[in-house]
Design a protein around this ligand. Structure first.
Ligand SMILES: Nc1ncnc2c1ncn2[C@@H]1O[C@H](COP(=O)(O)OP(=O)(O)OC[C@H]2O[C@@H]([n+]3cccc(C(=O)O)c3)[C@H](O)[C@@H]2O)[C@@H](O)[C@H]1O
Ligand SMILES: Nc1ncnc2c1ncn2[C@@H]1O[C@H](COP(=O)(O)OP(=O)(O)OP(=O)(O)O)[C@@H](O)[C@H]1O
Ligand SMILES: [Mg+2]
Length: 276
């Protein structure tokens, strides 16, 4: 590909993902809190629901949710934020999730252990005779079942209390399709949309989040055989390179090709299901 064509493609992907060329953390916080408040009040629904993992994305999205419901209440609306702990059994970084909650100060915290439902879904699949290539493949698919069980738990709470499910999709994950389709990818509102990973961290810092959470190594933490595996190891590209690409900076050819390949491969995840 010629250099002008590469630059045009890079700009087009950033545009499709809604990544702005200019960035101001304080303004982005205000814009995104206002968005959540407006969506909640204009739909007539009564709460926001979001899983808090102990990672930086849900720390930021969770604090934005709490600020939004407080603003809605101040304007006379009924509004609550239900923050959900959704561990698979015992979570190894539970202390980070607790730290995130003490920073977010949500109206309500509730815990649903997704292990029994995730394990029985896998067992029923195995009992039906489904065969996986090997134990790693089975563990990977089990990981996506966990992400979808989290979605089910969040929608159950939204159904119970007339709420909206908030997702943490941001531009770096959207670009690489690094989320479970209809799992953590399923949500009603995505307040971090268009943010690169470093911009999510900048929001975390501006909101006053604990430094350990601002700088925490991102992990999907879905695979039992590879607990706490860093996203960057799974992706084969660093968040810095993804962010540089999306912010219109120069990236080396290998990273450029990896990102464009992943972007094209995961196009289906950013669209509604296709029909004839
Ligand atoms: N071309 C196409 N057109 C329409 N649909 C297509 C398709 N190709 C696959 N599909 C469908 O998509 C499915 C594959 O997608 P999916 O089920 O999502 O599975 P997949 O993309 O294989 O795995 C999800 C990846 O996201 C990572 N993840 C998940 C959750 C959270 C995070 C995080 O950052 O925290 C990361 C996870 O570690 C894993 O690497 C296929 O089984 C098929 O049903
Ligand atoms: N153990 C968990 N408890 C509650 N929610 C979870 C858990 N694991 C994942 N989630 C939900 O799924 C979302 C996607 O996970 P993801 O790992 O991308 O985000 P994160 O953990 O907040 O940040 P990071 O990507 O930096 O690890 C989380 O933001 C959170 O809403
Ligand atoms: Mg995480």
């Amino acid at each position: 590909m010629s250099e002008p064509a590469s630059i045009a493609l890079q700009q087009e992907i950033a545009r499709q993902l809604g990544v702005d060329q200019v960035f101001n953390a304080e303004q982005e916080i205000e814009r995104r809190v206002a968005f959540l408040t407006e969506r909640l009040t204009s739909t007539g629904l009564r709460c926001l629901v979001l899983g808090i993992s102990g990672g930086v994305d849900s720390t930021v999205a969770g604090r934005l949710c709490q600020l939004a419901v407080e603003r809605a209440r101040a304007a006379g609306h009924e509004a609550r934020f239900h923050a959900m702990r959704l561990p698979y059994g015992v979570q190894s970084d539970e202390h980070d999730a607790r730290l995130a909650l003490s920073f977010i100060r949500p109206d309500h915290v509730l815990t649903v252990d997704i292990k029994p439902a995730s394990d029985s879904a896998l067992e029923a699949t195995l009992a039906a005779g489904v065969g996986f290539r090997d134990v790693r493949h089975q563990d990977f698919v089990h990981g996506n079942i966990k992400a979808r069980q989290r979605m089910i738990a969040q929608y159950a709470v939204a159904g119970a209390y007339d709420g909206l499910v908030v997702g943490t999709d941001q531009a770096a994950e959207a670009a690489t399709g690094f989320f479970t389709k209809f799992g953590d990818g399923a949500a009603d509102l995505v307040p971090l949309a268009g943010l690169t990973k470093r911009r999510v961290r900048a929001l975390a810092e501006a909101l006053g989040a604990p430094g350990g959470l601002v700088r925490k190594i991102p992990t999907a933490d879905l695979e039992s055989l590879d607990a706490g595996k860093a996203d960057e190891d799974a992706l084969g590209i660093t968040y810095d390179a993804i962010d540089d690409f999306l912010e219109g900076k120069a990236v080396d050819k290998r990273d450029f090709d990896t990102l464009v390949h992943r972007y094209r491969l995961t196009e289906h995840k950013r669209r509604l299901p296709s029909g004839p």
